[in-house]
Design a protein around this ligand. Structure first.
Ligand code: 13P
Ligand code: SF4
Length: 303
């Protein structure tokens, strides 16, 4: 089918299904452009809890669709590609987390939303990159904190809060790949540009950045900054978002292949196919879902 026909079909089918299409900022341009809501992980989780539509089409990766289902268990949640996962989320299992909790009895487990439902169910509170600092600040000073799974975000939060934490040895392979050498090259090419990065980047990169923010935070920062040029330390799909919201700013990706393959598994054809078949529905076991919801709700109450 031609792209225009696919778009028409998606819009018509959305009405039939009483559906809302949500997309993360890293999604391909054609998906961001047809979505009803485009946002970062926190905004998508909030919308999943609040949006009145009966069907949520989640254009992102599995942990995002799972969070939507946990927060709206009575709704149908569809992830248009069943293969869209998150390699960082796969770095923490519930079994390994139970073992770690055994090593630190009484510790508070803060899990990044980039985790499976099972890991969330073993956690006390979730966080996203938007609110991780606030979440950690909400935990009493005398408590040991186990932070799962992103060690880079964990180090950033440690720096912001002054709290010592037990860090999981996980990381996002795409953000962690950004090196000092890449920054040196980008700065040589664009000497007037500011460096704006996601906290999933390595600590030495965050330390030299002009801004370290979640995707939604970076959008606000770049939109409101008086500077005109930015070296962007996050996924390529976000360049489209920035070009749309701040067309006057020049955005340079910090390294060429800053691409999350999982985020690129959905296109118009996949989206239309999933809406037609209503396959790839996300289900979460009710025992897991109940506990995971407590951790997500605690996060949503904080920010
Ligand atoms: P945000 O919390 O900024 O949406 O990031 C999610 C993510 O997967 C980053 O790699
Ligand atoms: Fe996971 Fe990294 Fe992809 Fe985000 S960019 S979904 S953290 S692999």
């Amino acid at each position: 089918m031609l792209k225009d026909n696919l778009r028409e079909y998606i819009i018509a089918r959305k009405k039939e299904l009483n559906a809302v299409i949500m997309a993360h900022y890293y999604q391909p341009a054609e998906i961001q452009d047809i979505a009803d809501l485009v946002g970062d992980s926190l905004q998508l989780a909030r919308q999943a809890a609040e949006n009145p539509a009966q069907v949520i089409i989640c254009c992102g990766v599995k942990f995002m669709a799972e969070s939507a289902k946990i927060l709206s268990p009575d709704k149908t949640v569809i992830l248009p590609s069943s293969e869209a996962g998150c390699p960082m989320a796969d770095m923490a299992t519930a079994e390994a987390l139970r073992q770690k909790k055994g090593e630190y009895p009484g510790a508070v487990v803060v899990s990044y939303v980039n985790t499976s439902a099972e890991v969330k169910a073993e956690s006390d509170i979730c966080c996203t990159s938007s609110n991780a600092v606030q979440v950690v600040r909400s935990i009493p000073e005398d408590k040991v904190i186990i932070f799962v799974p992103d060690k880079n975000l964990g180090r950033f939060v440690q720096g912001q809060t002054g709290r010592e934490m037990v860090l999981w040895d996980g990381y996002c392979p795409i953000h962690d790949k950004l090196s000092l050498e890449d920054i040196k090259k980008a700065r040589k090419r664009h000497p007037s540009a500011l460096l704006a990065v996601h906290p999933e980047c390595r600590p030495e990169i965050s330390a030299m950045a002009d801004a370290v923010r979640s995707t939604a935070g970076l959008l606000e920062y770049i939109k409101n900054s008086e500077a005109q040029e930015f070296i962007l330390g996050t996924e390529a799909g976000f360049v489209h978002t920035l070009n749309k919201h701040c067309p006057d700013k020049k955005i340079y990706l910090a390294y060429e292949q800053f691409i999350c393959k999982d985020m690129k598994l959905i296109d118009l054809e996949k989206l239309a196919g999933a809406m037609e078949s209503r396959e790839n529905r996300i289900e979460v076991d009710s025992k897991i879902s109940g506990k995971a919801r407590e951790a997500l709700d605690r996060m949503l109450q904080i920010s």
